[in-house]
Design a binder for this molecule. Structure first.
Ligand code: DAH
Length: 347
């Protein structure tokens, strides 16, 4: 060691003593600042050094440097030692850590839940895939052709008024008013036989109330093959509704109706799931309306390049909210998009 200067030796001894007594990271940091910090003792010595005559500088300078080195090295050793001590302490306390121990704070942590849409779509998916149907999707921003024309609804057709449309500023583009547009995408891209179901969001420029919303969900179904008839439609809907509502005695009723892309067009009702004699929910009729259906119109098949003399098909479109409201006892359709935590927490 080159240090012979008494004052430097004194500083070194006091550093060593103080370092010895340090037991925490904070105390070590305070000590580092006191010695190596900007106004610490080493910097004080450096400032002092500058004022010395050259001869003394030569003798004193290297000693100060050595002191600085010793302090820096012993500081980092001490740092390592403290870290090791902390780790050892943690390990010794965690050695008997019981992962199954009851932790009351974990119960208070907010946890997420699935949206009722997600619940229901998963159930719908299970039922249709078990019958050999595939999940199909289409764009929410549609062209007029996919949403209307290919579905046999030309521009001047009064049926366009049945679905008030959100038109985009780009001419010919709109927010799809129904998932029937996905039928067109599928039939244009795939050759029959084909069987799909298509849950998805649709948009209507309508005033809202407890049973109407400007944005809601539908699930379309489509089956195209040779010799498809109303029997297929009827039994598919029956199996679907019975499985979904877990009710083996549930009946299906098809009533004549009009949708330009099917012929005949039929309204689908199910027997009331709450009563046998008439209640408030079925408006004393014992039937609940579920959606539209029918046999795919030859004009629609043709628009998609499918020969209606060889193939026929059946299709249906059902409101997902309607199903969810019945299944989960929800009384206002607007709750689905309300983002209300109290509502969502129940699922
Ligand atoms: N797209 C119709 C609507 O939103 C519902 C519908 C009716 C779908 C008949 C169909 C169908 O597939 O065959 O009002």
């Amino acid at each position: 060691m080159k240090i012979i200067d008494q004052s430097l030796l004194h500083i070194l001894t006091s550093w060593q003593q103080e370092l010895e007594s340090v037991t925490t990271q904070q105390a070590l940091e305070a000590l580092r600042i006191a010695y190596l910090g900007r106004s610490g003792r080493i910097n004080e010595l450096m400032a002092q050094l500058k004022t010395l005559p050259l001869e003394e500088k030569r003798a004193f300078g290297p000693q100060v440097q050595e002191l600085q080195q010793i302090i820096t090295q012993s500081l980092s050793l001490k740092q390592n030692e403290l870290t090791r001590q902390i780790l050892e302490k943690e390990l010794s306390t965690k050695k008997h850590f019981d992962v199954t121990a009851y932790n009351p704070s974990s119960l208070e942590k907010p946890s997420g839940s699935l949206h009722p849409y997600t619940h229901l779509i998963e159930r719908i998916e299970d039922i249709f895939t078990s019958m050999g149907f595939s999940y199909a999707q289409g764009p929410e921003v549609e062209t007029e052709w996919y949403n209307f024309e290919a579905l046999n609804i030309p521009a001047d057709h009064p049926a366009r008024d049945m679905q008030d449309t959100f038109w985009l500023t780009t001419p010919g583009l709109l927010l799809r008013t129904h998932t029937s547009s996905v039928q067109i995408h599928t039939m244009k891209n795939q050759q029959p036989p084909l069987s799909i179901f298509t849950p998805g969001r649709v948009f209507r420029h309508e005033a809202t109330d407890a049973t109407h919303d400007f944005m809601f969900m539908q699930c379309e179904g489509l089956l195209i093959d040779k010799n498809i008839s109303l029997t297929h439609l009827c039994s598919l809907l029956k199996v679907f509704m019975r499985t979904l509502f877990e009710k083996n005695d549930l009946s299906i009723r098809l009533r004549p109706s009009y949708f330009p892309f099917v012929e005949p067009g039929l309204e689908v009702d199910i027997s009331c799931i709450f009563c046998k004699t008439g209640c408030a929910l079925c408006k004393k009729t014992q039937w609940i309306e579920m959606g539209g259906s029918g046999l795919v119109h030859p004009a629609t098949l043709k628009a998609c390049g499918i020969d209606p003399t060889i193939y026929s098909g059946c299709a249906w479109g059902i409101g997902i909210e309607r199903l969810a409201m019945l299944l989960y006892g929800i009384n206002d359709i607007r709750l689905f998009h309300s983002g209300k935590i109290e509502f969502l927490k129940q699922f």
